[in-house]
Design a binder for this molecule. Structure first.
Ligand SMILES: Nc1nc2c(ncn2[C@@H]2O[C@H](COP(=O)(O)OP(=O)(O)OP(=O)(O)O)[C@@H](O)[C@H]2O)c(=O)[nH]1
Ligand SMILES: [Mg+2]
Length: 355
């Protein structure tokens, strides 16, 4: 699962990318060149792993990770841009739109509401273009199969959703319809998260230009909204964890914005974690919500999936409350589940299998 960071030049994408991935890709001088997309792995912080590590004292602790792609920005209408931007955007599974909420080096005020509206329009127009061309083909009368004709009502419905200012992920597309549409890679079907990149002052005040407008738009479009202060956190990242916590507390925050962002992206992608715990390793494993026990076993190793017998499951909260699997079992909190069990977020699992 890849998430793409998109947004106008100078909105802070590379700053956020560096924070998420622990890399040090060069941030643009304002008005800088046209860099290539950067890729990296972002760890998803999970307090449950630390709690399990305190119980098991493992040799290593491995958080869940997601691929992040820093897609270079461009000014609206910039000539060489659109196709290249959209080509990069098509490749990813979800998008985080980084919006500038701070005045830039040129003193230009921030207008996140305009950035949000422009990006949504651009993505919607690209989808509309595909759908209109499809409609054209389906109604042109040239060698159209009955099967293709049956697609027309869906195409028309999707066009209406976009024309009404919606996103295709709000169109209640059935699984069956989605299968037929897979080839299109619609942009407004990708889970979207809006990230407003603020100065630390505005973050502390929880107020910024256009906030109400952006929040209303986000709710109408069903996209998530995260506030953070990229530059501020970049400066914090040079400090030790104790000092970082102090500075965060100063602006009234418990967790860093980047931790919240990584977790929000994870949820937006529809991912949950099952956990494994032992003396060698405590680990979070990302799975799409709805994954069965047998398929989850396959994330660890294909042999475990193939030889699957059962999953011994204790919910994290039960394990944490009783301090060990043995104690949780005495309280009847360890369950045996079969191959078709749908995994829950925070299930601590021991797979039984035959090789
Ligand atoms: N004041 C302030 N400046 C920021 C913040 N985030 C990034 N910047 C600065 O804004 C400039 C651009 O940041 P980048 O992270 O390179 O922006 P970008 O979106 O990757 O830009 P392009 O790659 O050109 O699309 C840099 O000088 C950053 O230091 C922020 O939260 N507050
Ligand atoms: Mg950049």
């Amino acid at each position: 699962m890849d998430v793409g960071l998109v947004g106008l030049p100078g909105s802070g994408k590379t700053t956020v990318f560096n924070l998420l991935t622990g890399q040090a890709a060069a941030v643009a001088e304002f008005g800088g060149g046209r860099p290539e997309a950067h890729r990296g792995l972002a760890r998803v912080p999970d307090e449950r792993l630390e709690a399990l590590a305190a119980l098991y004292h493992p040799k290593k602790t491995t958080p869940a990770a997601i691929q992040v792609v820093d897609i270079p920005g461009r000014a609206p209408g910039e000539a060489e841009g659109p196709n290249r931007l959209l080509a990069d955007v098509r490749q990813v599974d979800a998008l985080a739109h980084i919006m500038r909420g701070f005045p830039n080096a040129l003193g230009e005020p921030a207008d996140p509401a305009a950035a949000a509206a422009d990006m949504e329009l651009e993505l919607a127009l690209a989808d509309l273009d595909l759908l209109e061309r499809r409609r054209e083909r389906l109604t042109s009368g040239k060698k159209v199969t009955a099967e293709a004709k049956a697609e027309l009502p869906l195409v028309e419905r999707l066009i209406r959703v976009l024309e009404d200012g919606g996103r295709l992920d709000q169109a209640d597309i059935t699984t069956e319809e989605a299968t037929g549409m897979r080839g299109y890679q619609f942009l407004t079907l990708k889970p979207m998260l809006w990230v407003v990149n603020l100065s630390d002052g505005d973050l502390q005040r929880r107020d910024w230009p256009g906030k109400d407008h952006v929040a209303t738009l986000a709710a109408a479009k069903g996209v998530g909204l995260v506030e953070m202060a990229g530059q501020f956190e970049w400066e914090l990242s040079a400090l030790d964890p104790v000092e970082q916590a102090l500075f965060l507390a100063d602006v009234g925050l418990k967790d860093s914005g980047i931790a919240r962002l990584a977790q929000a992206i994870y949820r937006q992608l529809g991912l949950i974690s099952f956990l494994t715990a032992g003396e060698d390793e405590v680990r979070a494993w990302p799975i799409p919500s709805g994954t069965t026990a047998k398929a989850a076993a396959g994330k660890i190793h294909s042999d475990i999936e193939r030889g699957f017998i059962r999953a011994e499951i204790v919910p994290f909260e039960a394990l944490a409350a009783h301090g060990s699997v043995v104690a949780a079992r005495e309280h009847g909190l360890v369950r045996m589940e079969g191959r078709d069990y749908v995994m829950g977020d925070g299930d601590v699992v021991n797979f039984r299998f035959n090789v």
